[in-house]
Design a binder for this molecule. Sequence first.
Ligand code: TXA
Ligand code: MG
Length: 319
Amino acid sequence: MPAANSFDIAEAAAALLRGELVGMPTETVYGLAANAMDATAVLRIFSAKGRPHFDPLIVHVADADQAWTVAEPSARARRLATLWPGPLTLILPRKAGIDDLITSGLDTVGVRVPDHPIALALIRAAGVPLAAPSANRFGRISPTCAAHVWEQLDGTIAGVVDGGPCRVGIESTVLRPDPLPVILRPGGISREELEAILGEPVTMADHQVRTESLPQQAPGMLASHYAPRIPLRLRDADADWPSATDVARLAFSVAPAQPGGPTEVLSARGDLAEAAMHLFAALRRLDASGAQRMVAELVPDLGLGPAINDRLRRAAGLG
Ligand code: TXA
Ligand code: MG
């Protein structure tokens, strides 16, 4: 990575206030940050990513008080905000001052407090909320280290603040708290944790709820996202792993017994948080391994499992 474009927090804050884009580490994935109060800067995010304008952006703030300057809290939202800083994005009624570009014209805004010291320091140094999608080209694998950001976005960003590898490794859980709590995108906080905080059931949005909450289809919630370059298919449960040397294999905890192509194991001890942390980097390595195709297995469907499986299904082009 060119050192000239590795920013410290002061340089990054100054670039943001000039309307430029900055790669920002968070606990989930790296974000492509812009000053949320500067419509021209926000517009640059869409062109840098090649992202369609109907996909709304998350606004990153330093604490709940700052969140309530852009979004209207409800009783449930205040309760959920006790999970901040953390990998939880709340979809709430938006306040004046948040541009239509950020919300894609919706009357709600997504807001979160990232659990990363550099992200928090950057938001505070800039003194404004930061709009930031994941720092990847539209539809591609999300970045979990600074080098991933360069690979896809060099030339469109002023610089990256290098915060090392991301601890959570998959994006935040996107939750609409009202009128009843619904997860629009599974992510770094599990449904079980959300139910424990709220003391009531939290549902996982089916396709219909997702399209109702977003008048246009939201690509982050669509099939064929997080996609490697080579085709990926999911392994049928109990089927043998392929042994052809040009087929890459992504396993959860047990390496395939038979020899074969390039292989990654997400967590040898079967830990879902560790698997989430390794997911996107493993997908990238297999994508770059020279293999022609990839086969991945789903992980157990509890804790962070549904979020990992969501990414794998979308990487396979399934909804
Ligand atoms: O962990 C994360 O959330 C990362 C880091 C950088 O914070 N950001 C991220 O942003 O994943 P992005 O743009 O890749 O995904 C944002 C998701 C999209 O699926 C979008 O449709 C949804 O949040 N979203 C944003 N605002 C929304 C709104 N008002 N209503 C419904 N969904 C919304
Ligand atoms: Mg994304």
